[in-house]
Design a protein around this ligand. Structure first.
Ligand code: NAI
Length: 379
């Protein structure tokens, strides 16, 4: 069996982490007799600019809009160039509405908490709405003044001075429900026991509070036989519960084992995924996927690391773990498990890239390519 996987090399450390990670992904599949991957490269970022004159050629978006799986390395956004982030463009153009980040600890990596191994959580973050919708106006600008005047005069908002910066926080039932539905299916398919809706509905009743309500309504409407609530638990059913965001940040530190899948709005989900990643020892090993209804677009969650690009110092672990997520998605979970186990074994053997060496007591530093070979050998 063969499967086409589109890939974007990415800028900065992109080429070197791909050189280290791809052989590991292919080898894991071979060992489990999975499909052979036909890797089809798509130009984006600096490479595309040199080849085609555009950072993101139209043809790439067309191909991706018809694709079901793709993987990307990091893409740079020059600061202050006025160029729109390619990541944001891809997200919007392809309607990648769910950002999914699994977070777990790899033994041997130092963490700021006493029991990082208790974290085994998948964060589902809504990717299209909320205060990230890009509807925001500078303090004192004519747009902000008009918006504030409208709020004051037409809608009776009394707490405004008139010269503030102002943004809009749109949250729809449509976008919330499709994200929560995906999280519920994920938790049910894998028998993960619970799903937590994270919100700040005590303060923002009509946006965050509605997110919570739409979540419970969805569970009762579409998953009635399979779900129950925390106050009324039923054996064998998925518990749907909710937490106010600030309490959730306490719980991921104090009792992370109580949560397996989180469904959150855009801002809460952003903070939570990075806080959880830090809790298990940093972002260096964090994979992720952005999903639409048709495309699963896996990505290394770190940036282009310009300070170490081309120096054989980057950690290819995040991209390898993206590969593991891809293989799970393609129905070869054993090959995915092999990659994770090989990475864990390599870390335990204490020959790791420079970033990990600072977090693994007694570790020896090896380059990106050598680390790739070590993980490959441990498959
Ligand atoms: P960054 O993640 O590239 O770097 C932050 C720090 O982490 C640096 O010290 C870097 O050396 C280190 N680092 C990152 N990845 C590493 C790896 N694989 N191995 C070892 N060390 C690693 O974040 P920064 O500097 O804020 O952004 C640089 C560029 O990357 C910007 O143009 C930004 O827009 C872009 N970016 C792209 C992302 C994506 O494509 N998903 C995500 C984040 C940033």
């Amino acid at each position: 069996m063969r499967k086409t996987v589109y890939w974007i090399e990415g800028d900065g450390v992109g080429p070197e982490i791909w050189r280290a990670a791809r052989p590991v992904i292919d080898a894991a599949l071979r060992l489990e007799s999975g499909p052979t991957l036909d890797w089809a490269e798509l130009p984006a970022g600096e490479k595309a600019l040199a080849e085609t004159g555009s950072h993101l050629p139209e043809s790439v978006l067309r191909t991706l809009s018809q694709a079901d799986v793709a993987v990307k390395g990091p893409l740079g956004t020059p600061v202050g160039s006025g160029m729109r982030s390619l990541n944001v463009t891809l997200r919007q153009a392809l309607d990648l509405y769910a950002c999914i980040r699994p977070v777990r600890h790899f033994s041997g990596i130092e963490s700021p908490v006493r029991h990082p191994e208790r974290v085994d959580i998948v964060v589902f973050r809504e990717n299209t709405e909320d205060v990230y919708a890009g509807i925001e106006y500078a303090a004192g600008s004519p747009e902000a003044r008009r918006l504030l005047a409208f709020l004051r005069e037409q809608l009776g908002a009394t707490s405004l001075r008139g010269d503030e910066a102002a943004g809009v926080k749109p949250m729809s039932e449509y976008a919330s429900v499709r994200l929560i539905r995906r999280a519920l299916r994920y938790a049910l398919d894998r028998g993960l026991g619970s799903l937590t809706l994270v919100h700040k509905g005590n303060i923002m009743k009509y946006t965050e509070g509605a997110f919570r309500r739409w979540g419970y309504e969805l569970a009762a409407r579409e998953f009635a036989g399979q779900t129950c609530t925390e106050s009324d638990p039923e054996p064998g059913k998925l518990v749907v519960k909710d937490r106010i965001a600030d309490a959730m940040f306490q719980e991921i530190l104090l009792r992370p084992e109580r949560h397996r899948v989180l469904a959150a709005s855009n801002l809460n989900g952003d903070y939570l995924s990075d806080a959880l990643a830090a809790q298990v020892g940093g972002l260096g090993l964090a994979p992720g996927v952005n999903m639409s209804d048709s495309l699963a677009f896996f990505e290394a969650t770190h940036g282009t690391a310009p300070d170490i690009a081309g120096k054989d110092r980057a950690n290819p672990g995040s991209l390898m773990l993206c590969g593991a997520m891809l293989l799970e998605h393609l129905g070869v979970p054993k090959a995915a498990g092999r990659i994770r186990a090989a990475l864990e074994k390599s870390i335990a053997a204490k020959s790791v890239t420079a970033d990990l060496a600072t977090q693994v007591p007694g570790a020896k530093t090896v380059g990106c390519a050598a680390f790739g070979d070590i993980v490959g050998a441990n498959l």
